[in-house]
Design a protein around this ligand. Structure first.
Ligand SMILES: [Zn+2]
Length: 356
């Protein structure tokens, strides 16, 4: 098939290695956002809201996957809540959703202890069952700030990672020196267990709150242990992306919450996410804007172990066609997507006939 794209930009599909498919409210009528005062308070608000929802989690998750596919995302890592209220039911629903998208959008699943491990009864057993049931990644959440037990929390996470050959992805919101001590403990455990390249710290706001030798020590430890950092380009403190990348740390950008009880904003568009990280990082040059695109393409592809990723002869014909003359213009210009091509066929609303 020959298609004249009239000079449009062709890039590999976006990869979003941090979403929460089970949390989105897309498909529900708009709900006013209730702002919790702390992580614990927001977890309470979410658990209270769940029974009031009128659409199934599977329907909402599917609506979100359809939406991100139209913007060019072909691969996802989704955290899924595992707690004493929902048990494994959200995981089971997402395993079914994942099966319906096989060959179109790939989904890696994280068993996520949103309500803690040490402080949530039965959490350890549920997380273990989740890994047995098909989750590939074990999650974690503020070992000190939430569970107030650094060793107790990480003992469970890394024990399960070792026993099940699971990857690790820890949400770390804890600030400053507190967060830094957790970064150092996670990198030390990663090195000790030989888990290089298989561990992610998500958010790591603390890296944007410290400087000098404290920051250098953490950056060196992350590079040495090959522990990656995820940022969503928040308005507040965020990791120094360029400094980390220059030190050899893998950094990638993810959506995190998209229209849910945690966060009312978002549409899951990964080109917009690259723009947000570039903007919040103060980037302006072409070189920096080009590197922003890597945060939503090649870097997270590595995290998801996508061996056949990229526009290379022999790989599957997956492309995103962007109305821009270059990757720099795409990141800077909020460029629309003209076509999304999956496994040799166009998807989405724009008819291929327009380009013949
Ligand atoms: Zn998250």
């Amino acid at each position: 098939m020959r298609v004249d794209l009239r000079g449009a930009l062709v890039i590999a599909p976006f990869v979003d290695a941090h979403v929460h498919l089970d949390k989105t409210l897309i498909g529900e009528k708009w709900r006013p956002h209730l702002r919790g005062s702390s992580v614990r308070d927001r977890i309470r608000l979410e658990r209270e809201a769940r029974p009031q929802l009128t659409t199934s989690m599977a329907a909402r998750a599917s609506a979100l996957i359809d939406q991100v596919l139209r913007t060019g995302t072909g691969h996802l890592r989704s955290h899924v809540d595992i707690d004493s209220d929902v048990g494994l039911s959200y995981l089971e629903q997402l395993l079914e959703v994942r099966a319906t998208y096989r060959g179109i959008v790939s989904v890696e699943l994280v068993a996520f202890p949103q309500s803690g491990i040490v402080s949530e009864p039965g959490s350890r057993q549920l997380l273990e069952a989740a890994l047995r049931s098909g989750a590939e990644v074990i999650g974690g959440l503020d070992p000190i700030g939430f569970d107030n037990d650094l060793a107790g929390h990480l003992n469970v996470v890394f024990d399960l990672a070792e026993r099940f050959g699971a990857k690790v992805d820890v949400h770390l919101h804890d600030p400053g020196g507190l967060g830094l001590s957790e970064v150092l403990e996670i990198t030390a455990r990663t090195e000790a267990l030989g888990l290089a390249g298989r561990v992610v710290i998500s958010h790591a706001y603390c890296l944007g709150m410290v400087s000098g030798s404290d920051l250098s020590k953490a950056v060196d430890a992350l590079a040495r242990a090959e522990v990656a950092i995820m940022t969503n380009g928040p308005a507040g403190p965020m990791p120094p992306v360029k400094l980390l990348k220059e030190a050899g740390v893998t950094v990638f950008a993810g959506s995190d919450n998209i229209r849910d009880t945690w966060w009312p904003f978002g549409n899951g568009d990964q080109l917009e996410r690259a723009t947000a990280v570039a903007f919040q990082s103060g980037w302006r040059t072409d070189e920096d804007l080009r590197s922003a695109l890597e945060l939503v393409t090649s870097a997270p592809a590595k995290i998801l172990s996508l061996d056949s990723y990229g526009i290379v002869p022999g790989n599957r014909a997956d492309f995103v066609i962007v109305d821009a003359e270059s990757t720099t213009e795409a990141v800077a210009g909020h460029s629309p997507r003209l076509l999304v091509w999956v496994n040799g066929s166009p998807v989405g609303t724009n008819a291929i006939s327009e380009y013949k």
